[in-house]
Design a protein around this ligand. Sequence first.
Ligand code: AMP
Ligand code: ZN
Length: 460
Amino acid sequence: MPLRLYNSLTRSKEDLGPLAPPRVGLYTCGPTVYNYQHVGNYRTYVFEDLLVRTLKLLGYAPYRVMNVTDVGHLTSQGDEGEDKMEVGAAREGKTAWEVAAFYTDAFLADSKALNLLPPEVLCRATDHIPEQIELVRRLEAKGLTYRTSDGVYFDTAKLPDYGKLMPREHLEGLRSGARVEANPEKKHATDFALWKFAPPDAKRQMEWDSPWGRGFPGWHAECSAMAMKFLGETFDVHCGGVDHIPVHHTNEIAQSEGATGKPFARVWLHGEFLLMNSAKMAKSAGGFVKLSDLADKGFSPLDYRYHCFTAHYRKQLDFTWESLESSKTARRRLCEAARAAAAEPPKPNCAEFSARFREALADDLNAPAALAVVWDALKSDLPGGAKRAFLEEAESVLALDLFAPAPDDAVPAEVAELLAVRDAARKNKDFAESDRLRKAVEDLGWTVKDGKDGAKAVKK
Ligand code: AMP
Ligand code: ZN
């Protein structure tokens, strides 16, 4: 079954036609390791993991490269401001290298907890400085660069199709310098740094010699250099969050295609934002939620993974604790059903549900539709063994630990739901209803303990 994906470059859904099937060369922009990643970042990584697992289910052989940005990502998208790594080092009283190592490890631990498959190649920007310098040399040899007092810049006016990843009006807006241009030496508002000179007055920890002077690479250079090193000058799919369309990915395309004269990634996929209080969840916004914050409130990282699947990756998703609670209950129900089915002898997989599940995912990774098929299968009169076989297939993509043994103190979904309804009754001061629900919970073998975060159930 071919996989149809929405390609941001052509702004249409297309059948995936890899260059060397079944292999699919895939590049996904990774974390900037100056702080913890927030659950918004992880929404993008979960969508990319869904892509990798769907490719495998449909018979492709994904080969994925992910970078770790440990230099050059400045606090402003316009190549101004401080390097985020140096900001992190000053904040924590550590070296930039120590900060990078610490948050890379934190990212890898979180990724494991979310059942994200590790990429085939995980590459650090600081391990690929010569490759980035070589890219800038190629661009310079083609006359696509110019120097200013603070760096070497890409001249975007020299590339006729510059900005093709975004709608024309958006590009016009950037060109007309809708943003106040902080660097008067830049020829055009859209020009971007390929190499920045080490500022004489500020002591940077991360800098290298280059043909243009001591300094560090521009942020976009790393992804072009490493994608082409590990996947070739033209490859199949490139992913990231929608915030990367106008600057980071647009500039990756410009410098890669400028250097090689060949198409860079053939398909571009972009995941929409996780919102908090109606705005993009962002580290700069202060109140961001880390994966460890979920555990502190009694959620498994996989409850959040389930939550990500409740919206299509191209739709915005709101983060609220209430909606996460619903996802937690839903996942708990699925796990209970899977464990019950696993007790049955296996039967052949049910072709109808399996086909519907694959069709949902093959249609631009429609996770909510795929989840609906799973619920339909559970509600159906399929024998337990056939449900088991289907759920095993679904688990290979959903990766929600459906078959993991229940922890001894796991509260069944039925009890959790009664508690939620009872909490609502208490809020409405309906104490008769609240007492009735307490009794219903006790009849199921649990005791209700009221606390300031609501009621909890403890096994009798
Ligand atoms: P960063 O560490 O800032 O480079 O971001 C890592 C990835 O997370 C990128 O692909 C971003 O596009 C993505 N991202 C950042 N904020 C959000 C958000 N609120 N929702 C979804 N993805 C995001
Ligand atoms: Zn990137």
